[in-house]
Design a protein around this ligand. Sequence first.
Ligand code: PLP
Length: 421
Amino acid sequence: MWRVAAVRTLRGGGAGAPRAASGAAAAQLRRRLESELEDIRGAGTWKSERVIASRQGPHLRLAGGGAGIINFCANNYLGLSSHPEVIRAAVEALEKFGAGLSSVRFICGTQSIHKDLEEKIARFHQREDAILYASCFDANAGIFEALLTPEDAVLSDELNHASIIDGIRLCKANKYRYKHMDMQDLEAKLKEAQKHRLRLVATDGAFSMDGDIAPLREICQLAQKYDALVFIDECHATGFLGPSGRGTDELLGVMDKVTIINSTLGKALGGAAGGYTTGPKLLIDLLRQRSRPYLFSNSLPPAVVGCASKALDLLMESNAIAQSMAAKTQRFRSKMAAAGFTISGKDHPICPVMLGDARLASVMAEDMLNRGIYVIGFSYPVVPKGKARIRVQISAVHSDEDIDCCVEAFTEVGRKHGAVL
Ligand code: PLP
C-alpha cells in the first residue's frame, strides 16, 4: 500500500499533491479569503515570517544565507532555549518517557514528571499547587470560565494580552475594563463592581509591547480595600524579575497578596512550550475538574517537561543568569538614551525604541537586518496609531559586544533616517 502511494505521488496528482476543493461554496470561500488577505496587505499589516536555520540563541543563521545575525527579538530572556543542560534534560526525558502521551491528563496522560514539574512550579512561586497546560494561552483561556459565574466580576487592564482578553470573553462574569495602569479608573470600576459576589482584578505583570510593569502594590491595596482577588500573567516576568527571579510580585513585595499567577514555559523557562496556573490548592483542584483547555487537550510532551524542569533547577540554584541579563539591559538602555533614542518602560529587558511613524519603524528594522541585527518593527494595530516602535529584547547570553554592535547600528540607521541627530 505504501509503495502504491509513493508511486502515485511521484507521478504527480497522487496522495501528496494538494487538492483544490470544488463547488460553489469552495469558490465563494476562496474569493472571500483572497479579498481579506488583500485587505491585510493593503493596510500594511501583513506579518511575514523569517525562517531560522539554526537553534534559538543570540546568534542565528537565517534560511537562504544570513549567518552570524545577532538576534534581539526572542523572549529568550535567560538564554536557556539552547542551554546544554536544558537540551540534555529534554533528551533524557524523551528517551525515558517517550515522545508523548497520546492522551489528556485525566485519561492516561499524567506521568511522574508532570507531577514533579507542577510541584516545582508551585515551590518556585511559593504557592500551594500548580497545573500545567499546553500553553499560557490555554491557561488564560481556561481560568476565567472555570472560576467566575454571572454573579461575579472581572476587572481587566485595557492593554492585557490577547489571551487574557479571549479568556475573559469566554466567561459569563460581569466585565469591566480599566484604563492602562490607571488606579483611579480601577478604583471607580471596583466601586461599581461591589454589587457582585466576587471581584477578580486581572493584569499582565509586565506588558510586552511597552516593557512597563503593572503597579501591583497599588492594585493589591485597592483589591484589599474593595475585597477583590488579584490575578497576574507573568509571561514576561517569571524567571528574571525580582531579587530571585520569582516575578513581578516578588519585585514589588506583594507575593502574599497576589492570589493567582499564570505564566509560560515558552519564554525565559527554556522556551520550549507550555503554561501553567499556580495558586491556592482548591483552585487548582477545580481547574483540573473544569478547565476546558486542560480537560480536552493533550498532555505536555516529556521533552518539553524536561526542558522546563531543568530551567527551574538552574534558576533555583542561582540567580547569576538573571543578574547578567539585568546588567546587559542596563547597558543597552543607557547607551541608547545617550545616543538620543527614547526607550519605553523601565529596567525591563523589553526595550521598545519609540519612533512614532510606522514606515520609519519598518524601514529602520529592515536596515538593521542588513547590518546583521535582527529586530522587529511594531505598528498599528499591534500598538496604538502614532506609537510605532522597534522592540529590542535583551538576553543574558548577549555579550557586551553584541549590545554595543546593536547600539552602533541603531545610531547609524537612526541618523540615516533622521530619527536621531
Ligand atoms: N500572556 C502573555 C503576556 C504573553 O506575552 C504570551 C505570549 O506571547 C502569552 C500569554 C501566551 O503564552 P504561550 O506562548 O505560552 O501561549
